[in-house]
Write a protein of this length. Structure first.
Length: 218
């Protein structure tokens, strides 16, 4: 029996060329959010704590934040082609991101793309700042391992999982996948550790690799 195929895709820096949340934080965070980012990069705090603390510094409304993204966010070439290819091939396409759900869905709407399954941080806008929360597939709150929780769910459901990502936060989750498409820091991680992946610069290359997969080495 042929396995169902699922494509798990990161958002910030993978579908977009840069991290959309950084535009928001640079523009509106009332505090030194980059020192918190550095703690996360050094492995001192989990991603959930980083986003919780950083976005608590943002007091602006959702509409204000989205207007900032409209000015700055650039989608990586080939995204629509990737969506169309997955639909044509019967591949379930899912965005699983450490970013915030509200702006991911807004970017998709701006592109006229509907019906994409998105799992990302939930956010609540308050006068004290944006409250951010990651929920596992079973609804429990997570501070770390969000992407891993979802890929493990998909594997347990019998899917063959393809994975695309760009960051160190994709490293452990992607290692569960059958095929990994990597760029940026994730590509560096795979090369540094002698792991197999498919490098890409834009998503058109991913479509081409899906259409004409390279033969596996014996």
């Amino acid at each position: 029996m042929t396995k169902k195929i699922l494509f798990q895709c990161d958002f910030d820096g993978t579908i977009t060329e840069d991290d959309a949340s950084f535009y928001i934080l640079d523009a509106y965070a009332q505090g030194d959010w980059r020192s918190i980012l550095q703690q996360y990069k050094e492995g001192k705090i989990p991603v959930g704590e980083f986003n919780t603390r950083a976005f608590a510094m943002v007091k602006e409304s959702e509409s204000t934040l989205l207007s900032k993204l409209e000015e700055n966010v650039r989608v990586r070439p080939g995204f629509r082609e990737l969506i169309d290819h997955c639909a044509y091939r019967g591949i379930r396409f899912v965005i699983v991101s450490n970013g915030l759900e509200f702006y991911i869905e807004a970017v998709l709407r701006s592109l006229g793309i509907e019906g994409i399954e998105v799992h990302a941080a939930k956010s609540t806008f308050t006068p004290e700042g944006v409250m951010v929360q990651y929920l596992a597939p079973d609804g429990t709150v997570l501070q770390d391992g969000f992407k891993e929780a979802y890929i493990k769910l998909y594997l347990s459901q019998g899917h063959k999982v393809l994975y695309a990502g760009n960051g160190t936060s994709d490293a452990f989750a992607s290692r569960h996948a059958h095929t990994v498409f990597a760029t940026g820091d994730l590509l560096d991680y795979y090369r540094r550790n002698g792991l197999t992946c498919e490098p890409f610069d834009d998503l058109t290359e991913v479509v081409n690799l899906l259409s004409n997969p390279r033969p596996r080495r014996a």
